[in-house]
Design a protein around this ligand. Structure first.
Ligand code: AMP
Ligand code: MG
Length: 400
């Protein structure tokens, strides 16, 4: 177990090195949104499989233009015309219907007048053969690679896979994440507080909300007391999960029991304490197949460490390439003091296009966290940033 503070980048690398996506399996299209394609998407058919009309109108021979024609039947989507269009003949046709044999263009409905089976041109008509026809295979052909392995599956990819003949896709499964909130003082949100010593448990719902941006299955057991044996049993019970994330009990106080409980349950501690503020008492360990990520109890610390460590960990398990939240650059709108030996994540907001600190930087101050547009990243031992100096930040978008 490491004693000193570990720089955040090193801690994150060590955490991510513990994680790998579970073996791939085939899942139905309605269960794969946000997952990563584990093999290339190969088309199983030509699309369209035949020449189709792109418009509502009449299928005719271009040699017969400008008409008139005799309407001899209809080709509708799913119910093609059986037979051949001969000289002077036309078939009523709708969008997506097959072009009948013999026909080579479509006159749109707005360009013709029809009386009984007599059809005459009133507008310009098609300029050339092939007009208003979607050619067989013009979207994609059988055997074509439509997406690379590693693509993140979205609505467009699902539509394409379905059209290409797939009902399921090979993916790495959704990570299973157990969220354990510990603390004798905690009461479920919205419930009456028995005494001023109690507080609403905000971390569990915050973590669930943060994770809702990624495909994963959450397991959220009831709040846990500060009792070593109870916590050890709960850890063991969830050792089948891919990640057990805990909040609270992560320091070295008498009631900070995550580490001893993890060891009691047969787990191991990989490292503990990161050189960052907020969020120093983060712990990383293992229990069976599960990675145990012990986050601080302080709500802002829990949010910042979940953003910087938990989300990248889940992305790694999903197989994503892009793991870490992007850092951007902005201008300091006021002095940012020289920093000490811990990387600082300063809650800040934009004022006239420049970043200014929120006055309440307490690691429990959720109202200041909500007002923040950004976490300004202050490196270890950074010198003072003067107004107008460039500073790095991580955007906190509303709704994330
Ligand atoms: P701990 O890490 O247990 O020392 O907790 C640090 C601070 O975070 C204490 O003020 C706790 O009351 C608070 N805290 C712990 N767990 C939660 C939680 N789930 N929701 C909100 N605050 C919490
Ligand atoms: Mg506690």
């Amino acid at each position: 177990m490491a004693g000193g503070l570990i720089p955040l980048d090193e801690a994150r690398d060590r955490l991510l090195a513990l994680a790998a996506p579970r073996p791939s399996l085939s899942l139905p299209l309605d269960q794969v949104t946000g997952l990563m394609l584990a093999e290339p998407l190969i088309s199983r058919r030509n699309q369209p499989a035949a020449d189709l009309s792109a418009m509502d109108g009449y299928a005719v021979r271009s040699a017969d233009l400008p008409g008139p024609w005799r309407v001899i039947g209809e080709s509708a989507a799913g119910r093609p015309f059986v037979g051949t269009i001969g000289p002077g003949e036309a078939a009523r046709i709708s969008t997506g219907a097959m072009i009948p044999d013999g026909a080579d263009c479509v006159v749109v409905q707005e360009d013709v007048a029809r009386e009984g089976d007599r059809l005459s041109l009133t507008g310009d008509g098609p300029a050339a053969p092939g007009v208003h026809i979607r050619r067989a295979g013009h979207d994609f052909a059988d055997g074509m690679q439509l997406a690379d392995a590693g693509a993140i599956i979205d609505a467009r990819l699902i539509a394409l896979a379905a059209m290409a003949g797939h009902g399921a896709l090979r993916v790495h499964p959704r990570p299973r994440i157990a969220i354990l909130s510990t603390g004798d003082e905690l009461v479920p949100p919205g419930n009456p507080l028995p005494s001023p010593a109690h507080i609403p448990a905000s971390n569990g719902v915050m973590l669930a909300a943060l994770l809702s941006s990624l495909p994963c299955d959450l397991i959220v057991p009831p709040l846990l007391p500060d009792d070593r044996a109870t916590i050890a049993a709960a850890l063991l019970e969830h050792s089948q999960a891919d990640i057990i994330v805990t909040t609270g009990g992560a320091s070295v106080g008498d009631h900070d029991l995550i580490q001893p409980a993890l060891l009691d349950s047969g787990g191991t501690v990989d490292f503990w304490r990161i050189a960052m503020r907020p969020g120093k008492p983060v712990m990383v360990g293992r229990l069976g197949e599960a990675i145990v990520l012990g986050l601080p109890g302080n709500p802002v610390s829990a949010y910042v460490t979940a953003t910087l460590l938990l989300l990248p960990l889940v992305r790694k398990l999903l197989g994503y390439q892009q793991l870490v939240a992007a850092t951007s650059q902005a201008i300091a709108g006021e002095p940012f003091p020289a920093n000490g030996p811990r990387q600082d994540f300063v809650r800040a907001r934009f004022h006239d296009g420049a970043l200014v600190r929120l006055s309440n930087q307490d690691s429990g101050a959720l109202s200041a966290l909500l007002q923040a547009d950004a976490l300004v990243v202050r490196p270890i031992h950074a010198p003072e940033a003067k107004p107008g100096d460039p500073i790095d930040y991580i955007a906190l978008l509303q709704g994330t």
